[in-house]
Design a binder for this molecule. Structure first.
Ligand code: PMP
Length: 443
């Protein structure tokens, strides 16, 4: 009756994460490989994404097309968009794939400056700066903003790029309980004597780092509460909107728009182009002074090759569609579609008896598996039935909180979603993960 379909004989080892101060168990298979990265837990090597906005993928030449419920292509701009793709091809001809130069040498094209202005306007900040990679945006920017003598207070479930940036900065790092504003206040109160003037504080600077939507939880940030605490204690806020910018809010402006927060209350707005915009790279949007400071001092701006021009063009085009500046209302339709798709899918999964994490409107839907031995069983069975779903486990989650993570796209049709629900329901029964049995309706 075991669900251990892969036939692993797990071996448990102790492991402490010094950042979160949590004790984990590491489970390995009998060959010493961590179970979470067992060979066919994910999609193996993808042969190709199809020309249907990345809605499907082909794992190998021999396999049939799979419905893609695993990529962050929230608005369906990835691959073959009627507005973006021809413009990206043009930019490739004009500028080539790489500038082979840093921003301060020959790597600033007209496209780079256009996108910086567009990003600032889109997110509602005075100025913005681009980076070639979202991960690097966090890991290189945080050390450029704060160092020794500074204090970072980081949500316990922040992304690894933030953890690395915080660790590399030399600042003191404290962690507050996930999305818990009262605990943030406790940590802040502990660290500073409340009410003292800024000059008497023991820290040169305090930055609180949070995410708009938590990528392993599908959960929206409790932004208004957290901002209120930061204002009270005069701490700067740094908001990573990798999963929320373009994906939520009436006009795609992210969690600030969704939760009615004034962007002036967020000091540093970070985001990536790898999700809603179907491209690569990242940005920081902030005051003119902060962006000038980054342009003068941040090594990832001064010494790294600038963002690839076709990737820049992809974001410009996608943002213009979202803003309605392509002359159609396709952007508004996509935003309405992702909201409708996400809320439909989440409520159907819940009705089936799955334990689904996250909030309404969030396109990320983790289904709890708990037991790591269920990971390969779930993902392999779904793949066999041509639905590609990512499973996540230790070390991305605590060991016994393994989950399957569904990412919904505006490119999915109602038919696609119903087909996926049928497969997930069957596999859910097989693997035994419907933790909330649904009572039959009484006549
Ligand atoms: N921040 C968060 C919250 C993320 O989830 C990710 C990656 N998914 C990144 C930053 C890094 O972004 P990228 O993949 O664009 O490098």
């Amino acid at each position: 009756k075991s669900n251990n379909l892969q036939g692993y004989a797990p071996i448990c080892l102790g492991y402490e994460d010094f950042y979160t101060r949590r004790l984990y168990l590491r489970i390995q298979d009998c060959f010493g490989r961590p179970i979470a990265s067992a060979p066919d837990s994910w999609f193996d090597v993808v042969e190709r994404y199809s020309n249907d906005n990345n809605k499907t993928l082909r794992r190998t030449e021999k396999t049939t097309k799979c419905l893609n419920l695993g990529s962050y292509n929230y608005l369906g701009f990835a691959a073959a968009d009627e507005y973006c793709t021809p413009r990206v091809i043009e930019s490739l001809k004009q500028y080539s794939v790489s500038t082979c130069s840093t921003r301060v040498d020959g790597g600033t094209t007209k496209l780079h400056t256009e996108l910086e202005e567009l990003v600032a306007r889109f997110v509602g900040k005075p100025s913005a700066i681009l980076f070639g990679m979202g991960y690097v945006t966090n890991s290189a920017i945080i050390p450029a903003l704060i160092g020794k003598g500074g204090l970072i207070i980081s949500d316990s479930l922040n992304h690894n790029s933030i953890v690395n940036g915080a660790r590399g900065s030399g600042a003191t790092v404290r962690v507050f309980q996930h999305n818990n504003a009262p605990h943030l206040e406790e940590v802040l109160r502990e660290q500073i004597a409340h009410g003292q003037p800024r000059t008497h504080r023991p820290w040169k600077k305090i930055i609180v780092i949070i995410e708009g939507i938590y990528s392993m939880e599908g959960e929206l940030c409790k932004l208004p509460e957290i901002i209120a605490v930061c204002k009270k204690y005069k701490a700067y806020t740094y908001l990573d909107e990798a999963h929320s910018i373009g994906a939520v809010g009436q006009t795609g402006r992210g969690v600030c728009e969704l939760l009615g927060v004034d962007t002036a209350d967020v000091d540093i707005m970070m985001g990536t182009f790898t999700k809603s915009f179907g491209s690569c790279g990242g940005y920081i949007a902030a005051s003119k002074e902060i962006i000038q400071h980054l342009k003068r001092t941040c090594p990832a701006h001064l010494y790294a090759t600038s963002m690839s021009p076709p990737a820049v063009q992809q974001v410009i085009s996608a943002m213009k569609v979202i803003l309605g500046e392509d002359g159609t209302n396709r952007g508004a339709k996509k935003l309405a579609q992702i909201r409708e798709n996400s809320n439909f899918f989440r409520s159907e999964l819940q009705k089936m008896g799955f334990e689904v994490l996250g909030d309404n409107d969030s396109p990320i839907m983790p289904i709890m598996l708990y037991n790591p031995a269920k990971i390969p069983a779930f993902s392999r069975e779904c793949l066999r039935q041509n639905v590609a779903i990512v499973t996540v486990a230790f070390p991305a989650t605590p060991l016994l909180l393994a989950r399957a993570r569904i990412c919904i796209s505006a490119a999915h049709t109602r038919e696609d979603l119903i087909k996926a629900l049928e497969v997930i329901s069957k596999v859910g029964d097989l693997v035994g993960i419907k933790y909330f049995p649904v009572e039959p309706l009484k006549p």
